[in-house]
Design a protein around this ligand. Structure first.
Ligand code: AMP
Length: 280
């Protein structure tokens, strides 16, 4: 495993490689969810680049950026275990943004108008800016993203088409713990008490899915609202049932390309999750 802090040192190695390059961008604090992306990228490519960069422009609240968990040494030893030949890029903020820390001015064709885009102003402009910059540095054949951040995945696919970037975006399923909680670096900030309650998110998605398929969207919506109104320490930010391609409301009940999305806050921590509501 080789670790690079600068664009020039990474590119000096990348330009001499032959064969395909897979790329896994992360913000570190790695867990099994990240490792599933790394494993898939290893299987499908000759070489693997992983970035670890906590991107300031995608945080609306600077305190959230500062409090984002960081554990570089542990991350590097996890990578060394499963991907000993990986090229790991750990740039400083100045290396990515030079002296101008600004997000982008992308048009996302409405994909950013709901859910995380509503709740976290400017978030996707920051995500798009860093992802495009990282793609231009690494120039991968394939880049791997988790369905955990489903709206992010849709937006990145959109940018790749819009900007005619020549790489494939590969999506990877959500990795969960035994309780059903989607793994997330933010889970490390949950108190033991809140961690025990956090399976509520996935439980409500599963129950909503059953109600949606058995009855309709408004029954599912009503049920989730009820569940959260009874959960005193939780605040439901949104629960939506959307077309998973356009990320818009569905006109009629359908059983293909439909997905439930949820975001809720417990204590100081905001968690997101999603689940396919399609029949197959
Ligand atoms: P992050 O470090 O949170 O920016 O995540 C880096 C990548 O890992 C993103 O593509 C995420 O969607 C993905 N990821 C995070 N958590 C999970 C999970 N539980 N299962 C699958 N992928 C995940």
């Amino acid at each position: 495993m080789e670790v690079f802090q600068t664009v020039s040192s990474l590119q000096a190695v990348l330009t001499n490689l032959s064969g395909s390059v897979g790329f896994v961008p992360t913000m570190g604090s790695l867990h099994q969810g990240h490792l599933s992306l790394i494993k898939k990228a290893l299987e499908e490519n000759t070489h693997l680049t992983i970035s670890i960069f906590v991107n300031p422009t995608q945080f609306e609240d600077p305190t959230d950026f500062e409090k984002y968990p960081r554990s570089l040494e542990k991350d590097l030893s996890m990578i060394a275990t499963i991907a000993p030949k990986a090229l790991v890029f750990t740039p400083a903020v100045s290396e990515i943004y030079r002296n101008k820390i600004t997000a982008g001015f992308y048009s996302f064709n409405g994909l950013d108008k709901r859910m995380e885009g509503n709740s976290r102003q400017g978030h996707f402009q920051g995500v798009a800016a860093v992802v495009e910059r990282l793609f231009s540095i690494v120039n991968p054949d394939r880049a791997y993203f988790g369905e955990k951040d489903y709206q992010q995945l849709a937006i990145i696919r959109h940018i790749v088409v819009q900007k005619k970037l020549s790489l494939a975006i590969v999506s990877c399923p959500i990795v969960r713990d035994k309780s059903g909680l989607a793994l997330s670096s933010r889970n490390a900030r949950l108190s033991k008490h809140h961690l025990e309650q956090a399976s509520l998110l996935f439980r409500s998605l599963k129950q909503a899915r059953a109600l949606y398929l058995d009855k309709d969207a408004s029954t599912a919506q009503h049920h989730v609202n009820q569940l959260f109104s009874q959960a005193q320490e939780w605040t439901l930010d949104y629960f939506c049932i959307y077309d998973e391609i356009t990320l818009r409301e569905i006109d009629n009940k359908k059983t293909e390309n439909v997905r439930g999305f949820i975001a809720a806050q417990v204590g100081e921590i905001r968690l997101i999750d999603n689940l396919s509501f399609s029949l197959i």
